[in-house]
Design a protein around this ligand. Structure first.
Ligand code: ZN
Length: 51
């Protein structure tokens, strides 16, 4: 698979998992604040997006 540095990445602060922002790797959960990105590895929603 070709890697591209132009794709914005998201990274989990808890376990360090990273994948393309908005990619299918990430789970999404509804909260009172809206839709949040959830790490598929550890289940944390403490994810930094747009890196
Ligand atoms: Zn994680």
């Amino acid at each position: 698979m070709a890697s591209s540095s132009s794709e914005p990445m998201s990274r989990c602060r808890k376990c360090g998992y990273s994948a393309i922002s908005g990619g299918t790797e990430w789970s999404r959960v509804e909260s009172s604040l809206g839709t949040m990105t959830q790490c598929p590895e550890c289940g944390s929603t403490d994810v930094m997006t747009g890196l």
